[in-house]
Design a protein around this ligand. Sequence first.
Ligand code: ZN
Ligand code: ZN
Length: 244
Amino acid sequence: MNQPGRQLLIVYDNYTLKQAVTPDWGFSCLITLPQHQILFDTGGDPSILLKNMQELGVDPQKIEAVVLSHAHGDHVGGLSGFFRMQPRAVIYLPGSFPASFKEALRRAYARVEEVTGPRMICPGVYTTGELGYGLKEQSLVIKTGAGLVIITGCAHPGIVEIVEHAARVFKEEVYLLIGGFHLMGYSPSELKNIAGSLHRLKVKKIAPCHCSGDEAREFFKAYYRDKYIACAAGLVLAIPDLKE
Ligand SMILES: [Zn+2]
Ligand SMILES: [Zn+2]
C-alpha cells in the first residue's frame, strides 16, 4: 500500500465493490493513521480475510491492534488467520466475551485487553466500551476535526443507542456512521423513526453495510441523499484531520 495518510478501508463485508475482493457475511474494517493501523473485527472466514487483505494491499504485520466488536462468528471468525500472520497485535475485546474464547487466546500467547468502559486504543481512536444487555458489543470512535467517526460491528445494542452513547461520552457531533446497523426486517415507519433519531443526533454522513439489510440501505440512501455512502468491501474513505 502506498503510504496512505488517514483512511478507512472495508476489508470484509456482505457486499463488495471489486471483483477480486470476496463478499461474505461478516465485517472487518482497517483504520490507517500516519503512525497506527487498527483492525476492527475480522469477518467470519480466515482465508477470505487474508485473501481480501492481500487483494487490497494490506500488510497484517503492520497492524498493531485488533478491536473485536462482539462474540459472533461473522466478526471474530477471521481472527485465527490474522493472528497466524501477526501474533504481536494487541486484541481488545469486550470483557464479557466467553471465558473459553479468552482462555484460548491466552493459551496462544495473545496479548489480550479486556474492555468494559470507554478507553483510548491509540491517539484519536477510542472504544465506546461494551454496551447493551445480554450480548454486549463495543463500537469504535475516531475523533476528527469534522466530528466523530463511529464504526459499528452489528449494532446489537441498537444503532441509535450507540450513537447517543458516543455523542454523550465524546461530546462531539457525528461526522460519519459506518458499519452494520442490524435493521433487517424493520418496517418503513420504524426505519423512519431511526433515521429521524440519527438526524436529530446530527449524524452527517451514513454508510450502512453488513447486517443493515437491503431495505434499510435503500431507505437511508433516499433519506440521506448525497450524504449516503454505498459501503462494501474495497471501499476507501478518507478520515478528516484528527482532533487531539
Ligand atoms: Zn452479531
Ligand atoms: Zn454481524
